[in-house]
Design a protein around this ligand. Structure first.
Ligand code: PLP
Length: 427
């Protein structure tokens, strides 16, 4: 285990160059790897030897970057995927089949909602969405005998609801299932969900980890703590022979620390091939090298913007977990004492029309279907990501028509505030 502090891990974890080797993680831009004999290759296919054979499953560049994120989260094994969507899909599908059920927080990101409630439903996996602020008793009621996992986002996109990870973990474990937490917004710099009882962490690395809007990507990290063997009947994919590897049993061969990720790599990556390009993983690593410097700046800037907007006459409401009085402030203080993220949301007085007018007036902040990178950007969900919804549907999913999602970057905060001020002035 890497025992360095996170600021050092951001630079060094996952790759230790030997004498004369490159200091930067090398980009292994190769689909395949050469072996001297068929038996040597065969041992890889039987998972008896470690090594690389085909980049659809694994690639050294990607693995070194995955190892860095694993160290930052404090996990035992990790993998990269080609997107955050792929990470969330794999995280669930690795332990669920048709007929299974998952309990998820209702505030999850819209793309994850579609993946779960529309697409995975077609695969026979059903989801019950629960209010993340529900009591333990209410959460228990959502579980069924066929429930295989519980899921939530540390800080929900765009609702900014902070997950009570301990409460969710307690309920998940009492029902004999792992808690999977999407930790995209705080990143491990601001919260390490394993320390609060989560079992598996997923990321859209597209956001702060990459940090520069260079590449779409995802990651899955295992804490190695969930005892699949204790619930062997529930997780046959991990605890009974896999016919596609001559009857290998993942928990027997790789232990509870390695079974989950190994299965996801050698089975799901093999079959679905959502692997990131080595070049993208390299760029992700460049982003990770400054994650510990960027996150505090994002949070500091976002808090200053939130305080500026809090008392502005043209702003009807504001949501930012670190603001005193915010409904998520108590949970934020507990789980995110050093800051949450750079994303905040607010309403412009006058509704949709004024929100759109405000956005058109911004010069520094760009209108983009993105959040959480170095440059400030802004989105009006009601006319973009949630455009197809009626006013009633918008209200049901917590997106009012005046809702502006503002992703505060790491520019000089005075310039960000001046940009907002100029755009609000003519309204
Ligand atoms: N999870 C969260 C919290 C997100 O915000 C997003 C994207 O915005 C995703 C997952 C999906 O990630 P990607 O866009 O990398 O597929």
């Amino acid at each position: 285990m890497d025992r360095h502090k996170q600021g050092t891990q951001c630079l060094h974890a996952g790759y230790t160059p030997q004498n004369g080797e490159p200091r930067n993680i090398p980009i292994v831009q190769s689909t395949t790897f050469r072996y001297e004999s068929s038996p040597a290759m065969g041992a890889l296919f039987d998972l008896e030897a470690t090594g690389y054979f085909y980049s659809r499953l694994q690639n050294p560049t990607c693995d070194q970057v995955a190892a860095k994120i694993t160290a930052l989260e404090g996990g035992t094994a990790g993998m990269l995927t080609s997107s955050g969507q792929a990470a969330n899909f794999f995280a669930i599908f690795n332990i669920c089949s048709a007929g299974d059920h998952v309990v998820a927080a209702s505030t999850i990101y819209g793309g994850t909602y579609n993946l779960f409630v529309v697409t995975m439903k077609r695969m026979g996996i059903s989801f019950t969405l629960v209010d993340p602020n529900a009591s333990e008793e209410e959460l228990h009621k959502a579980f069924r005998p066929e429930t295989k996992a519980m899921f939530g986002e540390t800080v929900a996109n765009p609702a900014l609801v902070v997950l009570d990870i301990e409460k969710f973990a307690k309920v998940a474990h009492a029902n004999g299932v792992p808690l999977i937490v999407d930790n995209t917004f705080p990143t491990p710099i601001n919260c390490r969900p394993f320390e609060w009882g989560a079992d598996i962490v997923v990321h859209s690395t597209t956001k702060y980890m990459d940090g520069h809007a260079n590449g779409v990507g995802g990651a899955i990290i295992d804490s190695g703590r969930f005892d699949w063997n204790k619930y062997a009947d529930k997780y046959p994919g991990l605890t009974t022979p896999d016919p596609s590897y001559h009857g290998l049993v993942y928990t027997e061969r790789f232990g509870i620390e390695g079974a989950y990720i190994t299965k996801a790599v050698v089975q799901l990556m093999r079959d679905f091939g959502c692997s990131p390009a080595p070049m993208n993983s390299y760029l992700l690593n460049v982003g990770l090298e400054t994650l510990h410097l960027r996150m505090p700046r994002h949070c500091e800037n976002a808090l200053a913007v939130a305080r500026y907007l809090q008392n502005h006459e043209k702003i009807s409401w504001i949501s930012y977990p670190e603001l005193e009085g915010d409904k998520n402030n108590a949970l934020s203080k507990k789980y995110l004492p050093n800051g949450s993220c750079g994303v905040l949301s607010f309403g412009v007085k006058g509704g949709r029309e004024k929100a759109e007018e405000f956005m058109a007036g911004l010069k520094l902040a760009s209108i983009a279907t993105h959040v959480a990178d170095a440059k400030t950007c802004v989105l009006h969900p009601a006319s973009a990501t949630h455009r197809q919804l009626s006013e009633a549907d918008l209200i049901a999913c917590g997106i009012s028509s005046d809702f502006v999602r503002f992703s505060v970057g790491i520019e000089d905060v005075n310039d960000i505030i001046a940009d907002i001020e100029n755009a609000l002035k003519p309204l």
